[in-house]
Ligand binder design. Structure first.
Ligand SMILES: [Zn+2]
Length: 46
């Protein structure tokens, strides 16, 4: 499952592309970013 974030209202949307297509149910935007799972990278300072 892929979460998308609306490019306009910044809401995270669980998109079902096959049924509704890429359109924000809140603002009708068609601009989306793929939401990445938050991976905390730790950088060790030497
Ligand atoms: Zn939106």
């Amino acid at each position: 499952m892929v979460n998308y974030k609306c490019g306009i209202c910044k809401k995270t949307i669980d998109l079902n592309v096959e049924s509704i297509g890429l359109q924000c149910p809140y603002c009708g935007s068609k601009i989306f970013y793929k939401e990445r799972p938050p991976i905390a990278k730790r950088v060790k300072a030497r």
